[in-house]
Structures are given as C-alpha cells and as structure tokens.
Design a protein around this ligand. Sequence first.
Ligand code: F6R
Length: 255
Amino acid sequence: MLVIIKNNYEEMSNEAAKIVADRLRKKPDLVLGLATGSTPLGLYKELIRMYKEEGLDFSKVTTFNLDEYVGLPPTHNQSYHYFMYENFFNHININPRYIHIPHGMAKDVDTFCDWYEKRIIECGGIDLQILGIGANGHIAFNEPGSSLGSRVRIKTLTEKTRNDNARFFASMDEVPKYAITMGIGTVMDSKEIILIANGEKKANAIKDAVEGPITGMCPATIVQMHRKVYVLLDKEAASKLKGDYVDSWEAKVFS
Ligand code: F6R
C-alpha cells in the first residue's frame, strides 16, 4: 500500500490522473475499472484535459464500471450510465464497444452478473481499478457486512442509502431498491487499485481502511491485503491517520 497525501482535492485528482496516464501510455489497451460519485469527478476532468491538450489516447481502452442501479434505464439522469457518459466518456476518444457498465434493466440479473464477472476475465482482468469510499467504509455497493470474497451480484440498498438518494427522484417509490455491484473479491482481483478520498467526512473511513483491523464491517479495509494499492488523499481525509506517509506516487516505498 502506498498512502499519498496531497494538499487539496485538485492536487489529489491530478496525482490520480498522472498514475492513470502513466499506465495508459505504457499499455494503450489498458483495462480500467471506474467509479461514479463526486470523488472521481476531478480525476475525469484532468484525464479529459490530458486527452484534449496532450493527446492521451483512450481508443484502445476497455472499461468496467463498479456498479449500477437496477431498474434505471441508461437514459435516466440518475443512472450511472448517464453519469459516466456526461462526465467522462462523451469527452474522450473511447470506443463505445469497449465500455462495460452493469445493465440495470437486465431481464435476468443473476445471469447478467455471471456474464459481467466472466467478461472481465475474458478481457484479461482489470489492470487498474479506481475506487471511492463511503463514509461508512463501503466500496462500490458493498456495504458494511458484505462478504470479503463476494463477486458481481445484486444487492438490496439500505434504507439509509435510499433515503440519502431520495432527493434526486420525484418520489420515494422511484428510488431504486437494488443495485448490481462488483463484489469485494472482484475488486481485489484488479492488478492495481487507486482509492481516492477527500474531505473531512471520509477521515474516519480512511483511518479504518488504512490503519484499522481488516473486517467486513468496513469493506475498504480489505485493500490492506492488496499487493499494489495507492491510497490517494487530501489533507482532510488523511487528518486522522497516525503513520508517516508520502506526497508523491513516484515514491518507491510500498508497505
Ligand atoms: C460509485 C461507488 C461508491 C462511491 C462512494 C463514494 O461507483 O461505487 O462506492 O465510490 O459512495 O461516493 P462519493 O465519491 O460521492 O463520496
């Protein structure tokens, strides 16, 4: 694990983009795992800038998103499909045929989940997975209590998550009840991981994930078992850590 602490969100996002760009230049047909949410927006913005100004080439990249709501069509403005196209894919030269996002309208969800898991393997496995973290330590839609060996599957959303999301929908009935998510085992099979977190509200989850005991009650703690994970933070998210950490991804001090 390499914990990198930057001064602010912008520096954190740009540092993450440097790692992605480095891997992409070394392997143009990179298989990239992607997250939605507010945290990776700065990273996507910087990658778009690198595409436009530096010619960073996404034409051979394959992507796999972590999760999607069940029951929302790709055109719904709260779907993760919509989010990814709006905030990233529409602005780079990615081939749409190489984009994978769990299909929220799949007729047979279990069969779809098995297919998604196999498709990752068929594409050679995920080279680099981008992860955010929930304030309760969740990764993807793996909430506390998830099996640390879990694979792609359907999960029931907690009442808290549904209530938190209610503001984005016309009524509570429209708020999705289920999501398809990569499992913790699926995420851990990635060759490299960048976990990004910013802001004080993530400080406790980061303290647990980096320095706490490994437990399914804080799914992100499993990254301590990964052979190559960058935990990239701003000062607020890192504020409760006790150890000594670095400020650049180029430091060769993986613990
Ligand atoms: C999104 C995802 C979630 C988020 C997490 C943090 O695809 O898998 O686990 O990474 O909820 O969300 P933000 O970045 O909005 O704080």
